[in-house]
Design a protein around this ligand. Structure first.
Ligand code: OGA
Ligand code: MN
Length: 221
């Protein structure tokens, strides 16, 4: 019996250049991360969730001040109003087994988690992810992904599901790399962006068409 060597060229292994870029700049992009068929299946699933009105208004995880002297109902109203000013996408959290496409995607992210732990000694424990649907005009104001009430998020991931995206259609992910430097990334189908959750300030600009994506976070315990 022969021992089969580990296949470093398997499609689920990210190239060294990608990992190095993440280390050096705090972000990295892969133009083609998911193959076309899987991207299409995930886009159809996200669109279907929207059509069936199964998406929910996203929350930011920013709690209203506990010292606010208002009724619980008023607190919820204020919270909802604050959140509407911060973001207006709609989401659906993924769970294992919900569809073959989602399982294939989650498997892919699991091998990426293992690679990041191997290459960067990151101790990432799990991955949480949701579909996100931005209707025309929807946005997500400047923010970081690590919120006060949850410091487990370590690496942020966004995978885009929009074929033939044109720059004029807006909808860029804007990374604020420093006070004076920003970078706009078009939400083009099959592409993936990774960045450090704790430090990267970013926002989603409004678009003139529907903008579909999968957002996710590798977390530590
Ligand atoms: C997020 C987010 C970016 C994008 O969901 O936290 O910043 O490009 N998404 O969709
Ligand atoms: Mn974000």
């Amino acid at each position: 019996m022969s021992i089969v060597p580990a296949d470093d060229d398997s499609p689920s292994t990210m190239p060294a250049g990608f990992i190095n870029h993440l280390v050096e700049y705090g972000w990295a992009r892969q133009a083609i991360f998911l193959d076309a068929d899987l991207t299409l299946a995930l886009a159809a699933e996200c669109q279907g969730l929207n059509d069936q009105q199964l998406l929910r208004i996203a929350k930011t995880g920013r709690a209203t001040k506990s010292d606010m002297h208002v009724s619980p109902q008023a607190k919820i109203q204020i919270q909802t109003k604050i959140e509407a000013q911060l973001r207006s996408d709609q989401i659906s959290w993924l769970s294992a087994g919900q569809s073959p496409a989602c399982d294939q995607y989650l498997l892919r992210m699991e091998s990426l988690r293992q690679q990041l732990n191997r290459d960067l000694f990151l101790n990432l424990d799990d991955y949480e992810s949701h579909f996100a649907f931005y209707a025309p005009g929807a946005f997500y104001a400047q923010h970081k992904d690590r919120f006060q009430d949850d410091d487990r998020r370590t690496i942020s991931v966004v995978i885009y599901l929009n074929r033939d995206w044109q720059t004029e259609q807006g909808g860029a992910l804007r990374l604020h790399l420093s006070d004076s430097e920003s970078l706009d990334i078009a939400p083009e189908a099959s592409s993936m962006i990774l960045f450090l959750s704790a430090t990267m300030l970013h926002e989603v600009l409004p678009a003139t068409r529907d903008r579909l994506s999968l957002a996710g976070w590798f977390r530590r315990r």
